[in-house]
Design a protein around this ligand. Structure first.
Ligand SMILES: Cc1cc2nc3c(=O)[nH]c(=O)nc-3n(C[C@H](O)[C@H](O)[C@H](O)COP(=O)(O)OP(=O)(O)OC[C@H]3O[C@@H](n4cnc5c(N)ncnc54)[C@H](O)[C@@H]3O)c2cc1C
Length: 294
Protein backbone atom coordinates (compact mmCIF):
# COMPACT_ATOMS: atom_id res chain seq x y z
CA UNK A 1 0.00 0.00 0.00
CA UNK A 2 1.13 3.58 -0.55
CA UNK A 3 0.48 6.68 1.54
CA UNK A 4 -2.62 8.75 0.87
CA UNK A 5 -1.98 12.07 -0.90
CA UNK A 6 -0.41 14.80 1.24
CA UNK A 7 1.20 18.22 0.90
CA UNK A 8 4.77 18.80 2.10
CA UNK A 9 6.53 21.85 3.53
CA UNK A 10 10.13 22.10 4.78
CA UNK A 11 10.64 24.81 7.40
CA UNK A 12 13.79 26.32 8.88
CA UNK A 13 12.40 27.74 12.13
CA UNK A 14 10.15 26.61 14.95
CA UNK A 15 8.03 29.75 14.44
CA UNK A 16 7.36 28.75 10.84
CA UNK A 17 6.50 25.17 11.86
CA UNK A 18 4.07 26.45 14.52
CA UNK A 19 2.46 28.92 12.10
CA UNK A 20 1.85 26.14 9.57
CA UNK A 21 0.51 23.78 12.26
CA UNK A 22 -1.87 26.57 13.29
CA UNK A 23 -2.97 27.36 9.73
CA UNK A 24 -3.32 23.78 8.45
CA UNK A 25 -5.16 22.45 11.51
CA UNK A 26 -5.10 19.03 13.19
CA UNK A 27 -4.65 17.13 9.90
CA UNK A 28 -1.11 18.53 9.64
CA UNK A 29 1.75 16.58 11.26
CA UNK A 30 5.39 17.31 11.91
CA UNK A 31 7.88 15.04 10.16
CA UNK A 32 11.09 14.27 12.09
CA UNK A 33 13.03 11.07 11.25
CA UNK A 34 9.98 9.49 9.63
CA UNK A 35 10.82 6.06 11.13
CA UNK A 36 7.37 5.69 12.70
CA UNK A 37 5.22 8.21 10.84
CA UNK A 38 6.16 7.13 7.31
CA UNK A 39 5.45 3.39 7.86
CA UNK A 40 2.14 4.36 9.49
CA UNK A 41 1.29 6.48 6.44
CA UNK A 42 2.29 3.66 4.09
CA UNK A 43 -0.10 1.37 5.97
CA UNK A 44 -2.71 4.17 6.01
CA UNK A 45 -2.85 4.07 9.79
CA UNK A 46 -2.04 7.80 9.55
CA UNK A 47 -3.35 10.10 6.81
CA UNK A 48 -1.97 13.58 7.47
CA UNK A 49 -3.00 16.13 4.85
CA UNK A 50 0.22 18.11 5.44
CA UNK A 51 3.71 17.03 6.47
CA UNK A 52 5.77 19.81 8.00
CA UNK A 53 9.40 18.73 7.91
CA UNK A 54 11.41 20.12 10.84
CA UNK A 55 14.73 18.43 9.98
CA UNK A 56 16.29 21.70 8.78
CA UNK A 57 15.53 23.64 11.98
CA UNK A 58 18.99 24.25 13.46
CA UNK A 59 17.81 25.09 17.00
CA UNK A 60 16.16 21.65 17.32
CA UNK A 61 19.45 19.84 16.73
CA UNK A 62 21.41 21.06 19.75
CA UNK A 63 22.48 18.88 22.66
CA UNK A 64 24.32 20.34 25.65
CA UNK A 65 24.58 20.59 29.44
CA UNK A 66 22.82 23.45 31.23
CA UNK A 67 23.41 23.31 35.00
CA UNK A 68 21.92 20.09 36.34
CA UNK A 69 20.16 19.26 33.06
CA UNK A 70 21.15 17.68 29.79
CA UNK A 71 19.17 19.47 27.08
CA UNK A 72 18.40 17.70 23.80
CA UNK A 73 16.70 19.42 20.90
CA UNK A 74 13.79 17.41 19.50
CA UNK A 75 15.45 16.43 16.21
CA UNK A 76 18.75 15.23 17.65
CA UNK A 77 19.30 11.90 15.92
CA UNK A 78 19.19 8.87 18.16
CA UNK A 79 22.59 7.72 16.86
CA UNK A 80 24.18 11.09 17.68
CA UNK A 81 23.05 11.19 21.29
CA UNK A 82 23.95 7.51 21.72
CA UNK A 83 27.52 8.24 20.57
CA UNK A 84 27.89 11.50 22.50
CA UNK A 85 30.38 10.75 25.30
CA UNK A 86 29.48 13.89 27.30
CA UNK A 87 25.76 13.01 27.17
CA UNK A 88 26.57 9.45 28.25
CA UNK A 89 28.54 10.75 31.25
CA UNK A 90 25.75 13.15 32.21
CA UNK A 91 22.74 10.85 31.69
CA UNK A 92 24.04 7.32 31.05
CA UNK A 93 20.55 5.81 30.81
CA UNK A 94 19.98 7.56 27.46
CA UNK A 95 22.81 5.59 25.86
CA UNK A 96 21.91 2.43 27.78
CA UNK A 97 18.30 2.65 26.54
CA UNK A 98 19.24 3.49 22.95
CA UNK A 99 21.41 0.37 22.82
CA UNK A 100 18.11 -1.57 22.56
CA UNK A 101 16.34 0.70 20.04
CA UNK A 102 15.84 -0.60 16.48
CA UNK A 103 18.97 -0.72 14.31
CA UNK A 104 21.76 1.65 13.42
CA UNK A 105 19.89 2.48 10.19
CA UNK A 106 16.70 3.47 12.04
CA UNK A 107 18.73 5.41 14.63
CA UNK A 108 20.56 7.31 11.87
CA UNK A 109 17.23 8.92 10.96
CA UNK A 110 15.10 8.51 14.08
CA UNK A 111 15.09 11.43 16.50
CA UNK A 112 14.83 11.77 20.25
CA UNK A 113 11.68 13.91 19.99
CA UNK A 114 10.00 11.67 17.41
CA UNK A 115 10.38 8.63 19.66
CA UNK A 116 8.99 10.52 22.67
CA UNK A 117 5.97 11.97 20.82
CA UNK A 118 5.26 8.63 19.12
CA UNK A 119 5.03 7.25 22.70
CA UNK A 120 4.96 3.53 22.03
CA UNK A 121 4.40 2.00 25.50
CA UNK A 122 7.33 -0.38 24.91
CA UNK A 123 9.76 2.23 23.59
CA UNK A 124 13.02 2.76 25.41
CA UNK A 125 13.46 6.55 25.41
CA UNK A 126 9.99 7.23 26.85
CA UNK A 127 10.83 4.77 29.64
CA UNK A 128 14.09 6.56 30.44
CA UNK A 129 12.31 9.94 30.37
CA UNK A 130 9.53 8.74 32.70
CA UNK A 131 11.95 7.02 35.11
CA UNK A 132 14.23 10.04 35.46
CA UNK A 133 11.40 12.60 35.43
CA UNK A 134 12.49 14.45 32.29
CA UNK A 135 10.72 17.64 31.24
CA UNK A 136 9.27 18.46 27.83
CA UNK A 137 9.21 21.95 26.28
CA UNK A 138 6.30 22.43 23.85
CA UNK A 139 5.95 25.51 21.65
CA UNK A 140 3.00 26.75 19.60
CA UNK A 141 1.80 30.07 18.19
CA UNK A 142 -0.01 30.44 21.54
CA UNK A 143 3.18 30.29 23.62
CA UNK A 144 5.50 27.86 25.43
CA UNK A 145 4.77 25.34 28.16
CA UNK A 146 6.86 22.77 30.00
CA UNK A 147 5.44 19.43 31.09
CA UNK A 148 6.80 16.75 33.40
CA UNK A 149 7.09 13.28 31.92
CA UNK A 150 4.26 12.16 34.22
CA UNK A 151 1.96 14.69 32.47
CA UNK A 152 3.38 14.17 28.98
CA UNK A 153 2.68 10.42 28.55
CA UNK A 154 -1.09 9.96 28.57
CA UNK A 155 -1.95 6.58 26.96
CA UNK A 156 -0.52 4.19 24.34
CA UNK A 157 0.74 6.38 21.45
CA UNK A 158 -0.89 9.44 23.05
CA UNK A 159 0.92 12.36 24.66
CA UNK A 160 -0.29 15.70 25.97
CA UNK A 161 1.16 17.39 22.86
CA UNK A 162 -1.62 19.46 21.22
CA UNK A 163 -1.98 19.27 17.42
CA UNK A 164 -0.58 22.81 17.05
CA UNK A 165 2.44 22.20 19.30
CA UNK A 166 6.04 21.37 18.45
CA UNK A 167 8.21 19.61 21.01
CA UNK A 168 11.37 21.68 21.02
CA UNK A 169 13.53 20.45 23.93
CA UNK A 170 13.79 17.64 26.42
CA UNK A 171 15.45 18.31 29.78
CA UNK A 172 17.05 15.23 31.31
CA UNK A 173 18.05 15.54 35.00
CA UNK A 174 21.73 14.93 35.76
CA UNK A 175 22.43 13.14 39.03
CA UNK A 176 25.51 14.71 40.57
CA UNK A 177 26.33 12.05 43.17
CA UNK A 178 29.78 10.57 42.65
CA UNK A 179 28.62 7.01 43.23
CA UNK A 180 25.76 6.89 40.74
CA UNK A 181 25.10 3.78 38.67
CA UNK A 182 22.40 2.84 36.19
CA UNK A 183 21.20 -0.09 34.09
CA UNK A 184 18.68 -0.84 31.36
CA UNK A 185 17.46 -4.30 30.34
CA UNK A 186 14.65 -5.73 28.29
CA UNK A 187 13.20 -8.87 26.76
CA UNK A 188 12.21 -8.68 23.12
CA UNK A 189 11.68 -11.29 20.44
CA UNK A 190 14.78 -10.22 18.49
CA UNK A 191 17.33 -7.54 19.33
CA UNK A 192 16.05 -4.30 17.79
CA UNK A 193 12.38 -5.17 18.20
CA UNK A 194 10.26 -3.19 20.60
CA UNK A 195 10.50 -4.65 24.10
CA UNK A 196 7.92 -7.07 25.44
CA UNK A 197 8.89 -5.60 28.80
CA UNK A 198 11.78 -3.25 29.63
CA UNK A 199 13.09 -1.89 32.91
CA UNK A 200 15.67 0.66 33.94
CA UNK A 201 17.08 1.91 37.20
CA UNK A 202 19.46 4.53 38.52
CA UNK A 203 20.88 4.53 42.05
CA UNK A 204 23.10 6.83 44.05
CA UNK A 205 25.07 5.40 46.96
CA UNK A 206 26.82 7.14 49.83
CA UNK A 207 30.36 6.31 50.94
CA UNK A 208 29.11 3.46 53.11
CA UNK A 209 27.22 1.94 50.19
CA UNK A 210 23.77 3.02 51.38
CA UNK A 211 21.29 4.11 48.78
CA UNK A 212 20.50 7.83 48.99
CA UNK A 213 18.54 8.21 45.75
CA UNK A 214 16.88 5.72 43.44
CA UNK A 215 14.68 5.65 40.33
CA UNK A 216 13.06 2.54 38.84
CA UNK A 217 10.80 2.33 35.80
CA UNK A 218 9.06 -0.36 33.76
CA UNK A 219 7.88 -0.15 30.14
CA UNK A 220 5.71 -2.45 28.03
CA UNK A 221 3.48 -3.51 30.90
CA UNK A 222 0.99 -0.62 30.90
CA UNK A 223 -0.32 1.98 28.47
CA UNK A 224 2.57 4.28 29.31
CA UNK A 225 5.96 3.70 30.91
CA UNK A 226 5.65 3.70 34.70
CA UNK A 227 8.00 5.18 37.31
CA UNK A 228 7.89 3.14 40.53
CA UNK A 229 8.31 5.96 43.02
CA UNK A 230 7.08 4.11 46.09
CA UNK A 231 9.46 1.20 45.47
CA UNK A 232 12.23 3.77 45.14
CA UNK A 233 11.19 5.33 48.48
CA UNK A 234 11.16 1.89 50.10
CA UNK A 235 14.73 1.14 49.01
CA UNK A 236 16.32 4.47 49.85
CA UNK A 237 18.24 4.06 53.12
CA UNK A 238 19.00 0.37 52.54
CA UNK A 239 22.27 -1.05 51.20
CA UNK A 240 20.23 -2.49 48.31
CA UNK A 241 20.81 -6.02 49.54
CA UNK A 242 19.46 -8.70 47.19
CA UNK A 243 16.76 -9.59 49.71
CA UNK A 244 15.58 -5.96 49.97
CA UNK A 245 15.43 -5.70 46.17
CA UNK A 246 13.55 -8.99 45.80
CA UNK A 247 11.02 -7.95 48.39
CA UNK A 248 10.53 -4.45 46.93
CA UNK A 249 9.94 -5.59 43.34
CA UNK A 250 7.04 -7.80 44.43
CA UNK A 251 5.06 -4.54 44.51
CA UNK A 252 5.52 -3.70 40.80
CA UNK A 253 2.20 -5.36 39.92
CA UNK A 254 0.36 -2.66 41.89
CA UNK A 255 1.45 -0.05 39.33
CA UNK A 256 1.02 -2.05 36.15
CA UNK A 257 -1.90 -3.01 33.95
CA UNK A 258 -0.39 -5.29 31.32
CA UNK A 259 -2.29 -6.55 28.28
CA UNK A 260 -2.15 -10.04 26.76
CA UNK A 261 -1.29 -10.25 23.07
CA UNK A 262 0.35 -12.63 20.59
CA UNK A 263 3.77 -11.95 22.13
CA UNK A 264 3.06 -12.47 25.82
CA UNK A 265 0.30 -12.96 28.35
CA UNK A 266 -0.40 -10.34 31.01
CA UNK A 267 0.88 -12.78 33.67
CA UNK A 268 4.18 -13.27 31.81
CA UNK A 269 4.59 -9.50 31.46
CA UNK A 270 4.19 -9.12 35.23
CA UNK A 271 6.75 -11.87 35.77
CA UNK A 272 9.16 -10.04 33.43
CA UNK A 273 8.53 -6.73 35.19
CA UNK A 274 9.51 -8.23 38.54
CA UNK A 275 12.50 -10.14 37.13
CA UNK A 276 13.85 -7.24 35.06
CA UNK A 277 13.13 -4.75 37.86
CA UNK A 278 15.30 -6.76 40.26
CA UNK A 279 17.94 -7.31 37.59
CA UNK A 280 18.39 -3.61 36.73
CA UNK A 281 18.47 -2.65 40.41
CA UNK A 282 21.25 -5.16 41.08
CA UNK A 283 23.16 -4.03 37.98
CA UNK A 284 22.79 -0.34 38.84
CA UNK A 285 23.99 -1.07 42.40
CA UNK A 286 27.00 -2.97 41.04
CA UNK A 287 27.99 -0.13 38.71
CA UNK A 288 27.69 2.41 41.56
CA UNK A 289 29.73 0.19 43.93
CA UNK A 290 32.46 -0.05 41.27
CA UNK A 291 33.07 3.70 41.72
CA UNK A 292 35.52 4.17 44.63
CA UNK A 293 34.17 6.15 47.62
CA UNK A 294 36.20 9.28 48.42
C1 LIG B 1 12.59 -1.35 11.88
C2 LIG B 1 12.31 -0.40 13.02
C3 LIG B 1 12.57 -0.83 14.31
C4 LIG B 1 12.31 0.04 15.38
N1 LIG B 1 12.56 -0.40 16.66
C5 LIG B 1 12.34 0.41 17.69
C6 LIG B 1 12.63 0.01 19.03
O1 LIG B 1 13.09 -1.11 19.31
N2 LIG B 1 12.38 0.90 20.03
C7 LIG B 1 11.89 2.15 19.78
O2 LIG B 1 11.69 2.92 20.72
N3 LIG B 1 11.62 2.57 18.54
C8 LIG B 1 11.84 1.74 17.49
N4 LIG B 1 11.56 2.17 16.23
C9 LIG B 1 10.97 3.52 16.05
C10 LIG B 1 12.06 4.58 15.97
O3 LIG B 1 12.70 4.74 17.23
C11 LIG B 1 11.50 5.94 15.52
O4 LIG B 1 12.60 6.70 15.19
C12 LIG B 1 10.70 6.74 16.52
O5 LIG B 1 9.60 6.02 17.03
C13 LIG B 1 10.10 7.98 15.84
O6 LIG B 1 11.09 8.95 15.66
P1 LIG B 1 11.17 9.74 14.30
O7 LIG B 1 12.15 10.83 14.49
O8 LIG B 1 11.41 8.79 13.20
O9 LIG B 1 9.71 10.40 14.23
P2 LIG B 1 8.56 10.49 13.06
O10 LIG B 1 8.33 9.10 12.58
O11 LIG B 1 9.02 11.48 12.07
O12 LIG B 1 7.41 11.04 13.91
C14 LIG B 1 6.75 10.26 14.91
C15 LIG B 1 5.60 11.08 15.49
O13 LIG B 1 6.09 12.15 16.28
C16 LIG B 1 5.61 13.40 15.79
N5 LIG B 1 6.70 14.35 15.97
C17 LIG B 1 7.98 14.18 15.56
N6 LIG B 1 8.73 15.21 15.97
C18 LIG B 1 7.91 16.05 16.66
C19 LIG B 1 8.11 17.28 17.36
N7 LIG B 1 9.31 17.87 17.43
N8 LIG B 1 7.05 17.86 17.95
C20 LIG B 1 5.82 17.27 17.90
N9 LIG B 1 5.59 16.11 17.26
C21 LIG B 1 6.62 15.49 16.66
C22 LIG B 1 5.24 13.14 14.34
O14 LIG B 1 4.27 14.07 13.88
C23 LIG B 1 4.70 11.73 14.44
O15 LIG B 1 3.38 11.74 14.93
C24 LIG B 1 11.80 1.35 15.14
C25 LIG B 1 11.55 1.78 13.83
C26 LIG B 1 11.81 0.92 12.78
C27 LIG B 1 11.53 1.40 11.39
Amino acid sequence: MKAATFEYARVDSVEHACRLLDERGPEAKLLAGGQSLVPMMAMRLARPSWLIDVNAVAELRTSYQRGDLWVTGATVRQVDIERDAAAARAVPLIRQGLHWVGHVQTKNRGTVGGSLVHADPSAELPLVAQTLGAQFVLRSSRGVRTLDASEFFVAPMVTATEPDECLTEVHWPIWRGERTGSAFDEISIRHGDYAIVAACAQVELDRAGRCVKLALGVGGASGTPVAMDDIADQLVGTALEDAAIEQAVQAVARHLDPASDVHASAAYRLHLARTLGARVLRAARASALAIPAH
